[in-house]
Design a protein around this ligand. Structure first.
Ligand SMILES: [Zn+2]
Length: 262
């Protein structure tokens, strides 16, 4: 059976509160393991790390999403740093810029994005990055930290061919979600995903968000979860004109190398 690593699952989200163990079990049955829990603020980063410590094949990231940048204070970076020292915490993030919804003021987003890049650099950790409608500023900040870009993944990439080219030129990895299964919104992405070199591609659900639109049996609650990752992988493989076996093998190898997990 193919193995798939879900590099981005918001497993501490409240929609998983009643059946988190079952979600992990059904994922493993579908070949989806390890899972990397996305930390999106201090709280979810800390609970995610605690949860990962109690479970085999579960890892987590530690970071503050740009939406939550306004909650950062003088202690945030040191608390994230303490999380980075824990063996199950495998990346700094998610962090970055989101000008689509502007839940935090843009200058505050930029400040804490840069602080988290600096943290990753100091702690020799990979970066799990989020960018939405903020390409120019995002690229300009990243470009001043070229040494970290080779260990950075731009997660849930949905941008243009030129944006993809810029990230690849910086040395970044690219994370693709079930967005690609949406034949309206994901149309451009279905073309550009071919341009991602095999050794720079990783896959993720971003559950509970972004349920693939073309699932045969859509769950009543529209909750996305790791067991749907093979479906997403199938779509990506079809768009790239390669077998799902090859896609699974290479994205799994990339994830294990990138996050240093086995
Ligand atoms: Zn994100």
């Amino acid at each position: 059976m193919n193995q798939y690593v879900d590099i981005g699952i918001n497993l501490m989200h409240r929609s998983f509160n009643l059946d988190r163990e079952e979600v992990i079990r059904t994922a493993a049955e579908a070949g989806v393991f390890p899972l990397i829990i996305t930390g999106s603020n201090l709280r979810s980063s800390e609970t995610g790390a605690d949860y990962a410590a109690r479970h085999k094949d579960i890892y987590s990231t530690a970071g503050v999403h740009p939406h939550d940048a306004k909650t950062c204070d003088g202690q945030t970076i040191e608390r994230l740093r303490r999380l980075c020292k824990r063996s199950q915490v495998v990346a700094v993030g998610e962090c970055g810029l989101d000008y689509d919804r502007d839940f935090s003021p843009r200058d505050i987003q930029r400040k804490w994005f840069e602080a988290q890049i600096q943290l990753a650099k100091e702690e020799h950790m990979p970066l799990f990055l989020h960018e939405r409608a903020a390409f120019a500023d995002f690229k300009s900040i990243l470009s001043s930290y070229k040494e970290v870009c080779g260990r950075a993944v731009v997660h849930c990439f949905t941008g243009t061919r030129d944006e993809l080219r810029a990230y690849l030129d910086l040395g970044c990895y690219i994370g693709i979600t079930g967005w690609i299964c949406d034949r309206r919104r994901g149309m451009a992405l279905r073309g550009t995903v071919k341009d991602i070199p095999a050794d720079r591609l990783m896959i993720e659900t971003d559950g509970p968000f972004l349920l693939p639109r073309n699932l045969n049996e859509r769950p009543a609650d529209n909750r996305n979860e790791p067991r749907f990752l093979p479906h997403i992988a199938g779509e990506i493989a079809a768009c790239r004109g390669e077998s799902v076996e090859r896609l699974a093998d290479m994205t799994t190898a990339n994830a294990k190398r990138f996050f240093r997990i086995d």
